[in-house]
Design a protein around this ligand. Structure first.
Ligand code: SIN
Ligand code: MN
Length: 263
């Protein structure tokens, strides 16, 4: 981890670390993801009106490889450093953008969902993203507005109240419930420069719960699968979780490092 990781993360709201998931570990995770994608369970979500898998949720709760991954010392060192506390797994997902079919994630802030839907008290969590494929300009990379996390929540509370409590499938669809309007993003982009999180398979990036981000449709012939683990401070559990436990982890026990995880 870079020496000034926390400082850089606090300034920019995101951080690309030099460490990578080892190729053997990456292979195991990719195999697990492929197997889970073939199963029929509520945690596996399809693109609207299609059989194409869009996302997998809570895999660490039912897959041994994913359970080991969340305990990987590399990821826990990073999460604890950036959150500044012991952490538990709040959310685990894999967003799979299939070639030509994977759809967008409109501009939004994750903390809008966690605060309004689950009652997470503060943005004392971090997303750790691991590329399972190479992510390039054309397969729908995540784009962040650098520094925008410092604005806090942008959505007006009354607007949030009007849409809170809907079917959770909307929260993982290409038509999200809590968004930042495109016109607002155009204004923000002048002060908070957009950066595309491209990188090779195995690359690891952290980003803040309040950073404004989006990703476009996958218009390329290459799959773009990104695995996202949200680690939350053990002192910041949501006060009114009602969504399924594969979206909002209920077990707030601090995650312990597993030496040799996925070795
Ligand atoms: C994406 O997978 O591109 C979106 C991830 C997110 O919004 O957290
Ligand atoms: Mn998001």
């Amino acid at each position: 981890m870079p020496q000034n990781a926390r400082e850089e993360y606090e300034r920019s709201g995101w951080l690309a670390v030099p460490d990578r998931l080892a190729p053997e570990a990456l292979e195991k995770v990719r195999d697990s993801i492929a197997a889970i994608s073939r199963t029929d369970r509520p945690e596996v979500v399809q693109e609207a009106g299609s059989d194409t898998v869009r996302a997998l949720h809570g895999c660490h709760g039912y897959d041994d490889v994913c359970a080991q991954l969340v305990r990987h010392p590399l990821l826990l060192d990073l999460a604890e450093e950036l959150v500044g506390d012991r952490v538990y797994v709040y959310q685990f997902k894999v967003n799979i953008k299939s070639p030509r079919e994977g759809q967008q994630w409109p501009w939004h802030q994750d903390f809008a969902f966690w605060a309004h839907e689950d009652g997470m008290p503060a943005a004392d969590a971090v997303n750790i993203a691991i590329n399972l494929d190479e992510v390039h300009e054309h397969n729908g990379p995540l784009t962040v507005l650098t520094g925008s996390h410092r604005l806090g929540l942008i959505e007006a509370p009354e607007a949030a109240q009007a849409v809170t409590g809907r079917d959770w499938h909307e929260h993982v669809s290409a038509r999200l419930t809590h968004t930042v309007p495109d016109a607002r993003v155009r204004e923000l982009a002048a002060d908070f420069p957009p950066v595309r999180m491209t990188g090779p398979a195995g690359a690891i990036t952290a980003f803040h719960p309040s950073i404004v981000h989006s990703s476009t449709d996958n218009l390329s012939d290459d799959r773009r699968a990104v695995l996202l683990i949200t680690y939350n401070s053990v002192r910041n559990a949501p006060v009114r979780p009602s969504r399924p436990d594969f979206l909002v982890g209920r077990d707030t026990t601090p995650v312990e490092r597993l030496a040799g995880a996925l070795a």
